[in-house]
Write a protein that binds this ligand. Structure first.
Ligand SMILES: NC(=O)c1ccc[n+]([C@@H]2O[C@H](COP(=O)([O-])OP(=O)(O)OC[C@H]3O[C@@H](n4cnc5c(N)ncnc54)[C@H](O)[C@@H]3O)[C@@H](O)[C@H]2O)c1
Length: 319
C-alpha cells in the first residue's frame, strides 16, 4: 500500500471523527493530520483514543496561515469543516458564509499552491432542494432553499470552478442525513435519543411528515474513502442510505427501542422553508464504484442508541 499524507479538516465533528477513525484503522501507513477550529460542534476528546497516531492542529480554515501550515506537504484533503445546523443558518447565516465559502476558497488556494493530489468537498442532498417523488441525479439542477443549503451549493460551485479553471483535482460527495455516534445532540436523531433517555418532550417540526433518507455514518465514511481513492476527478457523487423515513416514524422507532411512550412527542411550529422530502439517486456510485449503503436503519439505529446510552457524559457536556 502506498503511504500518503492526508489532511482531514473538521475531523473533530460528527462525520469527521468517524472518518478519521476509519482512515487510521484502514490505512495504518497513512500520516493523518486533523485541522479543526473546535467550534461548539467539535470536540478534540473524540480523537483521544487515536491522538498518538495523528497530528492535531487547532485552527480555522478561514485563516490562510492555519490552512497553509496544515496543507504543506499533504497528498490529500477531505473537508468536513462546516457550520452544519440548518436552524442556526436561519438565525444567522454569516458564520456559514465564512466557513462554507471563504474557508473552502482558502483550502482550494492551498491545494493549488502546494499541488495537493486530491481534494474532496463534502456536500449534502439539501443542495437539490425538495422533491415530491423520484430521486435527484447528480446532473439535476441545484435549488437550495435555506441559507445552509445555499452555502453548501456555493462551495460546490466554487470547488467545481477550480476544476474547470485551474484543473485542480477535486471531487464532491452529496450525502443524505447521517446518523451514528459522536453527533451533536442539537441534531434530529441524537435529540430524540437524549430527550427520551431523560424523559423530556421530543420536539417534532410541523406535522412530522417530512421524509429524509438516513445513512449510517460508517457507510458514508466507506463511500467517501472510495470516492477519495477511486472517484473520477471533477465529478460529483451522490451517497444515499436507502432508508427513507418520515420524521414521525423515526421518532416512534427510537421510542419503541427505548421502551418510552409516544406521548413524549410534541409537535412544534414548523422550521421556516422546511423542505418536505430529500431523495438521492444512488445509481452513479453503484455503477462506477460498485458501492451501495449496506446498513439497515433498524440495525444502525440500535448501535447508535447503544452508543448514546453508554456515553451520557459526552452528550451532556458542553464544550
Ligand atoms: N450530518 C449530516 O447528516 C450531513 C449530511 C450531509 C452533509 N453533511 C456535511 O458533512 C460535513 C460534516 O458535517 P458534520 O455533521 O460532521 O458537522 P459537525 O457540525 O458535527 O462538525 C463540523 C466540524 O467542523 C469544525 N469547524 C467548523 N468551522 C470550522 C472552521 N472554520 N475551521 C475549521 N474547523 C471548523 C467544527 O469544530 C466541527 O468539528 C459538513 O460539510 C456537512 O455540511 C452532513
Amino acid at each position: 500500500m502506498n503511504s500518503k499524507k492526508i489532511l482531514i479538516t473538521g475531523g473533530c465533528g460528527f462525520i469527521g471523527t468517524n472518518f478519521t477513525h476509519h482512515i487510521v484503522e484502514k490505512y495504518p501507513d497513512y500520516e493523518v493530520i486533523v485541522l479543526d477550529k473546535l467550534t461548539y460542534a467539535g470536540k478534540k476528546e473524540n480523537l483521544d483514543d487515536i491522538i498518538n497516531k495523528i497530528t492535531f492542529i487547532h485552527g480555522d480554515i478561514c485563516n490562510k496561515s492555519d490552512v497553509e501550515k496544515a496543507t504543506k506537504d499533504v497528498d490529500m484533503i477531505v473537508n468536513f469543516a462546516a457550520e452544519s445546523h440548518v436552524d442556526k443558518s436561519i438565525v444567522d447565516s454569516e458564520p456559514f458564509i465564512l466557513t462554507e465559502v471563504l474557508g473552502v476558497n482558502r483550502l482550494l488556494e492551498a491545494v493549488k499552491k502546494f499541488n495537493v493530489e486530491k481534494f474532496v468537498q463534502i456536500s449534502t442532498d439539501e443542495v437539490y432542494g425538495t422533491i415530491e417523488s423520484g430521486s435527484f441525479k447528480e446532473t439535476d439542477p441545484l435549488d437550495p432553499r435555506n441559507p445552509y443549503a445555499a452555502c453548501k451549493a456555493s462551495q460546490e460551485l466554487l470547488t467545481r470552478s477550480y476544476f474547470e479553471t485551474f484543473n485542480l483535482p477535486i471531487l464532491i460527495t452529496r450525502t443524505t442525513n447521517n446518523y451514528g455516534s459522536f453527533q451533536n445532540s442539537e441534531k434530529f436523531i441524537p435529540k430524540i435519543i437524549s430527550n427520551a433517555l431523560q424523559n423530556v418532550p421530543i420536539p417534532l417540526y410541523g406535522d412530522g411528515q417530512q421524509v429524509r433518507d438516513w445513512i449510517y455514518v460508517m457507510d458514508n465514511c466507506e463511500a467517501i474513502d472510495l470516492v477519495l481513492h477511486k472517484g473520477k476527478l471533477g465529478k460529483v457523487y451522490n451517497i444515499r442510505g436507502n432508508n427513507e423515513k418520515r420524521n414521525i416514524d423515526v421518532a416512534k422507532i427510537i421510542l419503541k427501542i427505548l421502551d418510552k411512550p409516544e406521548s413524549l412527542i410534541t409537535f412544534v411550529a414548523d422550521r421556516l422553508g422546511h423542505d418536505r422530502r430529500y431523495s438521492l439517486d444512488g445509481s452513479k456510485i453503484k455503477k462506477e464504484l460498485s458501492w451501495e449503503s449496506s446498513t439497515k436503519f433498524e440495525d444502525g439505529i440500535r448501535k447508535t442508541i447503544e452508543w448514546y446510552r453508554n456515553n451520557t457524559s459526552w452528550w451532556l457536556s458542553k464544550n
